[in-house]
Design a protein around this ligand. Structure first.
Ligand SMILES: [Zn+2]
Length: 236
């Protein structure tokens, strides 16, 4: 009686690992870090666009000549088409972060397909760019996700570390959290919007602190001998 119980528990544990760990390869390969022998970093921003935050972030990136990747939410792209086009025009990589930021791991094949295909369609129609990369909301996936990412020819992205900037700690704290976690090849997860607030109207979804932290994050990384590279370079 005990053995099947343990086996079931292990299988459930394995599936949970696949569903919740953003870098678990259980549901297909995930890129979670660049080469560890190079002092390169990769900046990524999720959940936008949100104009008052995304715009100044684009300004900072342009001024500092830093490439980044933006994993856009389709609903936010539709709300802020000009800002979505601005991200694309700046030459940053654009990724699909679903249409409405639903947690995918508990959804069936139809709903998963609608989220991924919907986000893809929103981005293509509005920016003219065809996304080649996907990042799941919270990193949560299941086998249906893999099926659609394969159909779309996507690479699936994870991240090396995040700093809970969505909790809106002060900019200096966001900066400090990034500084202490820097390591070669790190893919850094930050947020320029709120996946659950595509219109960008709630204070809860405000990412101004991330925006304010960015110049310091770049300065700290460079002072430590790192350079920022594009995710596209990493995926080639
Ligand atoms: Zn997200």
């Amino acid at each position: 009686m005990i053995i099947p119980f343990i086996a079931a528990g292990t299988a459930a544990g394995t599936l949970a690992w696949g569903a919740y760990d953003p870098t678990s390869p259980l549901f297909g390969p995930v890129v979670g870090r660049g080469p560890k022998d190079q002092r390169a970093l990769y900046l990524t921003f999720d959940d936008g666009p949100r104009p008052p935050v995304t715009g100044p972030i684009l300004d900072t990136l342009a001024r500092e000549r830093v490439p980044a990747a933006f994993f856009l939410v389709g609903a936010a792209v539709r709300q802020h088409p000009d800002m979505a086009r601005r991200v694309a025009a700046a030459g940053h990589m654009i990724g699909n972060h679903t249409r409405s930021h639903r947690k995918l791991h508990r959804l069936g094949p139809r709903a998963v397909r609608a989220e991924l295909m919907g986000g893809h369609q929103d981005i293509v129609e509005i920016t003219g760019e065809t996304p080649r990369v996907f990042r799941a909301p919270h990193g949560y996936r299941n086998p249906f996700v893999t099926r659609v990412t394969n159909t779309l020819g996507y690479r699936t992205m994870g991240w090396t570390f995040g700093v809970w900037d969505s909790d809106r700690p002060p900019p200096e704290e966001i900066r400090r959290r990034v500084r202490v976690k820097l390591k070669p090849g790190a893919i850094i997860l930050l947020h320029d919007g709120d996946g659950y607030d595509p219109a960008g109207t709630t204070e809860r979804g405000d990412r101004s602190n991330t925006r304010a932290a960015l110049p310091g994050i770049i300065a700290d990384a460079r002072a430590a001998g790192y350079e920022f590279r594009s995710l596209g370079e990493l995926l080639r």
